[in-house]
Design a protein around this ligand. Structure first.
Ligand SMILES: O=C(O)CCC(=O)C(=O)O
Length: 367
């Protein structure tokens, strides 16, 4: 029997407060999404806006250490300056681990709600772990069709003590095996700007790691909903494992030129590629590079066929880090396009709003 929620509060309580999530709704045999999940037209993913998919070429990171070094650097820089997204292979993360991560995510979200609800905000045994649904449900008119668990990395001991049992070893291994790639990519991108950072400043800019697992259950009305709304990531660089279902779209072209209807936007799909990881630039690196690298707006569609999982690692500055355009780049550009902000304040402003494209960057913009 399809559930009926008499008012918005009962739906909100069921999904958000009691921790049943979207998965709980779907398990009840829902045949139509509740009104609270219906996106305004300009936030829906319209097939006419989709202009194809990223060329199915992944950058081979093993070549960074070989004779093709310069060419690989050019590919990384070009992708970061144009789309802000690219895919990599031979990244150092074992392929079996990628499979185990997807299996672990399905297993975690497949559990009864009571097992997941112990990690809800306010009751979770540690602020390092948070289970939830949508982005900031309290602030959103339309909710995202997504449940997630977020695990902040401080050290192995905390991770082993607080992260969910079935996730901790795979998630730790994912962070460990991807960290060399992350360091190399960031060093390459920062070095390409003519900037040299000492270890302490590099750590300040890149020292916080968060691993999320996203779960998108099948949705009866994919045309009306989104899995993740249009947004850019706040940090430096995101590493994303997606499964084979597809549905991740990136906005192409002038990121600030969107009109309010979204009619003139062009989105391209980042196609699932077996064994590859998706890399994208975050707002902090866009600010530090004075706008040279693009923190691309992206979003995820829903599907009525199967559940989708994705596992991003967000590599971000430390909360107290100062984020402003590098002096060397400003000297060359002759103008600073952003002001200096404290990363913690930036994220506070980011989290206060519902996801809405690149509006998060306004906080650091020079008016
Ligand atoms: O699921 C995806 O492919 C992307 C997820 C995402 O954009 C996010 O978690 O911020």
């Amino acid at each position: 029997m399809a559930p009926s929620f008499n008012d918005g509060d009962s739906l909100f309580n069921f999904v958000v407060k009691e921790g049943n999530g979207v998965k709980g709704l779907v398990d009840m045999g829902l045949t139509e999404v509740p009104g609270r999940y219906i996106q305004p037209p300009h936030h829906r993913i319209n097939n006419q806006q989709v202009a194809g998919s990223l060329e199915n070429v992944s950058i081979d990171l093993s070549e960074l250490d070989g004779p093709n070094h310069d060419q690989v650097v050019r590919s990384i820089v070009h992708a970061s300056e144009t789309l802000g997204f690219f895919q990599v292979v031979n990244h150092g993360v074992p392929l079996e681990l990628l499979e185990s991560l997807k299996v672990a995510a399905h297993k975690f979200f497949g559990q009864p709600a009571v097992k997941k609800a112990v990690y809800l905000k306010g009751v979770s045994p540690s602020p390092l772990v948070k289970y939830g649904t949508s982005f900031v449900p309290e602030n959103e008119k339309a909710l995202e069709w997504k449940d997630y668990i977020s695990m902040m990395y401080t050290n192995d001991v905390d991770a082993r003590e607080f992260w969910p049992n079935d996730l901790k070893e795979v998630a730790l291994e994912y962070i460990k095996t991807s960290s060399e790639m992350v360091q190399k990519l960031l060093q390459t991108l920062i070095g390409n700007l003519g900037v040299t950072l000492d270890d302490s400043r590099f750590n300040e800019l890149t020292g916080l790691t968060l691993v999320n697992m996203n779960f998108y259950p099948p949705c009866p009305n994919p045309d009306l909903t989104v899995g993740v709304g249009r947004h850019s990531d706040a940090g430096m660089l995101t590493v994303l494992l997606q499964d084979g279902i597809g549905g991740l779209y990136v906005k192409k072209g002038d990121q600030s030129a969107a009109d309010s209807t979204g009619d003139n936007e062009v989105w391209i799909e980042i196609p699932p590629a077996h064994g590859a990881l998706v890399i994208n630039i975050g707002d902090s690196l866009q600010i530090l590079s004075n706008g040279r690298y693009i923190s691309a707006e992206h979003r995820v569609r829903t599907t009525d066929i199967e559940s989708r999982v994705s596992v991003p690692i967000f590599n971000t500055p430390l909360p107290e880090a100062k984020i402003g355009p590098f002096a060397e780049v400003v000297a060359r550009d002759g103008v600073a396009r952003y002001k200096e902000v404290i990363y913690e304040e930036y994220t506070k402003s980011y989290l206060e709003k519902s996801l809405d494209g690149k509006k998060s960057l306004v906080f650091a913009s020079i008016i």
